[in-house]
Ligand binder design. Sequence first.
Ligand SMILES: CC(C)(COP(=O)(O)OP(=O)(O)OC[C@H]1O[C@@H](n2cnc3c(N)ncnc32)[C@H](O)[C@@H]1OP(=O)(O)O)[C@@H](O)C(=O)NCCC(=O)NCCS
Length: 169
Amino acid sequence: MAALQLLIHAPGAPGLRWFGLGPGLRPTRGLWKLQRLFNKHAFWAQGRTKAQLRRLLAGSSVVVSLWQGKRLVGFGRASSDGIYRSVLWDVVVAGDLHGLGLGRRVVEALLAAPALRGVERIYLMTTNSAGFYEQLGFRVAAPQALLVKPGAGEAPGFRETSGLSDAPG
Ligand SMILES: CC(C)(COP(=O)(O)OP(=O)(O)OC[C@H]1O[C@@H](n2cnc3c(N)ncnc32)[C@H](O)[C@@H]1OP(=O)(O)O)[C@@H](O)C(=O)NCCC(=O)NCCS
């Protein structure tokens, strides 16, 4: 198996966003690979266009990608105000590599990033991976209610297929 490489991108991931840069800052069609990773392995993030992915990256405080050679095998991102609140989003590992500690590496890299390191509270939403996050120090916030208002950008059919659930997200 080719060596794994974890990339901590600059805020907004400009290299990945504009030039598809991967390991070694080499162009590797990274945006297309991110689109494919989401389409194949992230049920909540399917059908996103490259233009939408560019905006998603531009709006992210922290972006982490995990590569096996030229293959994009993991991804995660976070938004943060740098002091009080952060949220993890879109944490995913390619299905054939589950259970090898890669998801843990992605989340730990997000949590260690300067934009998240000192914040008061870190949130995430998950449909079926609570156990994974509990192993990383997260706790189910039972007394808190999660409220969702569909925005104008919501994809048609999203509520029906997802039960309005979200994931990191
Ligand atoms: C959730 C996900 C990111 C975990 O990545 P991973 O690389 O398989 O996880 P790791 O190998 O780092 O697992 C770390 C630990 O969490 C456990 N774990 C992993 N997924 C779990 C899950 N869904 N529920 C409970 N525990 C889980 C592992 O068994 C492991 O425990 P161990 O250290 O005792 O062996 C990955 O399964 C994934 O991409 N799933 C599809 C997309 C998804 O659902 N993402 C989460 C958003 S809701």
